[in-house]
Write a protein that binds this ligand. Structure first.
Ligand code: CDP
Length: 222
């Protein structure tokens, strides 16, 4: 690889995109761009203002007035909304419940996609999301699409939540993931798709390091 590339990783909730993207970026000396965090930040902003999740003049005004900023502290992406670090708040159960509806709004997508292109345009980024390889960077040098069974994804989510002290049953998590999948796959605006030329990996039975190894091999061989 000569020029620093753009590498995209798409896939449904719980498919391991963020862990994989973070590890791959670290191994390659790239920066990880977590686009989901940006949708979560806009969601939090709407919730704080008590605004309904729909297109409106108020939403347009909100989008033109908020200041969303990604800063990297010890190699980790921190999301700042109007100069406040909201990295933890955007992972709440409430934001997670509402984010897919907010991500279905065209004006929100237009605003965030423009920001994301601006951030990663020079290359050297691993970008994860639902539309990273299909809409944000259709010409990315490397595109991956991660999948895993609903069972495997729910178990991972359960483990992540348990580490944050939140206990949620497997059936409830499966329902929640299934609901978000349906919304992400079926929405009109940039639905979740496997991008053209993306390399698909089902990681239900792979560890993070096994999977990253497969990806690095593919990148280095081309
Ligand atoms: O980590 P997890 O898969 O739970 O979600 P995330 O990456 O933080 O994204 C949260 C939600 O934002 C997704 O369920 C999508 O509805 C939306 N999203 C999107 O529409 N487009 C992106 N590029 C990233 C996220």
């Amino acid at each position: 690889m000569s020029r620093k590339a753009v590498i995209t990783i798409d896939g449904p909730a719980g498919s391991g995109k963020s862990t994989t993207a973070r590890t791959l970026a670290r191994n390659l000396g790239y920066t990880y761009l977590d686009t989901g965090a940006m949708y979560r930040a806009v969601t939090l902003s709407l919730m704080e203002k008590g605004m309904p999740i729909e297109e409106s003049d108020d939403l347009e005004e909100l989008l033109s007035s908020i200041h969303l900023d990604l800063r990297y502290i010890d190699g980790e992406q921190h999301t700042f909304l109007n100069d406040k670090d909201i990295s933890r708040e955007i992972r709440s159960v409430e934001v997670t419940r509402a984010v897919s509806s907010v991500a279905g709004l065209r004006s929100v997508r237009q605003y965030l996609v423009a920001e994301q292109r601006q951030i990663a345009r020079k290359g050297g980024y691993v970008v994860d999301g639902r539309d990273a390889g299909s809409v944000i960077f259709p010409d990315a040098e490397f595109k991956f699409f991660l999948t895993a069974s609903l069972e495997a994804r729910a178990k991972r989510r359960q483990k992540d939540l348990a580490e944050q002290g939140v206990e949620i049953g497997l059936d409830e998590l499966k329902m929640e993931l299934h609901r978000r999948d349906e919304q992400d796959y079926s929405r009109l605006e940039s639905p979740l798709v496997k991008p053209a030329n993306a390399f698909e990996i089902d990681n239900s039975h792979l560890s993070v390091s096994e999977q990253v190894e497969i990806m690095e091999k593919r990148i280095k061989e081309s």
